[in-house]
Design a binder for this molecule. Structure first.
Ligand code: SF4
Ligand code: SF4
Length: 119
């Protein structure tokens, strides 16, 4: 069984361009929406994302909506903790596909690291 984990130096979910996330208002409250939009850089990447190191500059203090944690996912997407693993894997794959492509090295690395085997 594939087990979700965040794969280092991926960063796909830090590409925040709202054009690719039309449902934001469905899972973020007004304050979070404001914060989200304030974090979108001109190139679509989060202003807190270090593109060279491929990591978050404020990781310990990152907003709630950046966290893959049971209570956050339950709140935002009504996903219970049993389904969190599969849902998180799917979210990452969608995000990686959108940013880097379906056959990217990032996708390969993610699938290998979490132990995902396509059916
Ligand atoms: S898309 Fe997933 S693996 Fe990639 S940085 Fe985000 S949480 Fe980590
Ligand atoms: S705050 Fe950090 S984890 Fe959240 S999107 Fe920005 S760079 Fe990524």
């Amino acid at each position: 069984m594939a087990i979700w984990q965040c794969v280092k130096k991926c960063g796909a979910c830090c590409h925040l361009d709202p054009e690719y996330r039309p449902d934001l208002h469905e899972y973020l409250n007004p304050d979070e929406l404001e914060l989200y939009f304030s974090m979108v850089g001109e190139d679509g990447w989060c202003i807190n994302y270090d593109n060279d190191r491929r990591e978050c500059r404020i990781y310990p203090d990152r907003p709630r909506f950046c966290r893959v944690e049971p209570d956050v996912f339950e709140d935002m997407y009504s996903i219970n903790s049993e389904d969190l693993n599969d849902f998180a894997i799917e979210c990452c794959q969608q995000q990686i596909e959108g940013v880097y492509g379906d056959r990217s090295l990032e996708m390969l690395r993610f699938n290998q690291t979490v132990g995902y085997i396509a059916r």
